[in-house]
Design a protein. Structure first.
Length: 182
């Protein structure tokens, strides 16, 4: 395990709120199911800024992959199940098997494949808790940008990236971040 993966694993494991969310998602046993984006990103960026005990801002992004359940109603049903199990979390569920339609990409093959198309590299990270309590990290673009506090758009996603940086106020919330070109 790389130093970055070890640090990320330790940060997530030490956070009771994040571990609770991972346990809740594990109970519904989604195919290729993960929690990603800000859930992971904020944990690392908070740590690198010296801040502790902060919940992720915004919703908790649950991503999964099942090509046989691609109706948005399937995601809504999963969100409903999660809300029933833990109503204090703002769950956002997206089956990545259908998201290529919205994004204008070729069909994705898995959650990891879908993440390679996400707008910024530092956010293309997800985690899950296995049945035997191991924490798995899914980072198809690596962890270097996340731990290096680099915000870099994926090629072809620059406009979406710029809109996300502005809307999420990352540069204000995390003053050590650096925006770099793709």
């Amino acid at each position: 395990m790389s130093d970055a993966a070890g640090t990320l694993t330790a940060l997530i494991r030490a956070d009771a709120w994040r571990m609770m969310a991972l346990q809740v998602v594990r109970t519904i046993d989604l195919p290729d199911g993960w929690i990603g984006a800000g859930f992971v990103r904020d944990a690392m960026w908070d740590h690198l800024h010296g801040w502790t005990g902060r919940k992720p801002s915004g919703d908790v992004d649950v991503v999964w992959f099942d090509p046989d359940r691609i109706d948005a109603a399937d995601d809504a049903a999963v969100e409903g199940r999660l809300h029933t199990l833990c109503e204090d979390v703002d769950w956002s569920v997206r089956n990545q098997a259908r998201m290529h339609h919205r994004n204008g990409d070729r069909p994705y093959r898995s959650v990891a494949d879908a993440m390679t198309f996400w707008p910024e590299t530092a956010t293309a990270v997800a985690v899950r808790l296995t049945q035997d309590d191991r924490l798995e990290i899914n980072a198809p673009l690596g962890l270097d940008d996340l731990v290096g506090l680099r915000l870099m758009p994926k090629a072809g996603r620059e406009a979406t990236f710029a809109a996300r940086v502005a809307a999420k106020h990352w540069l204000t919330r995390y003053p050590k971040l650096r925006v770099t070109a793709s």
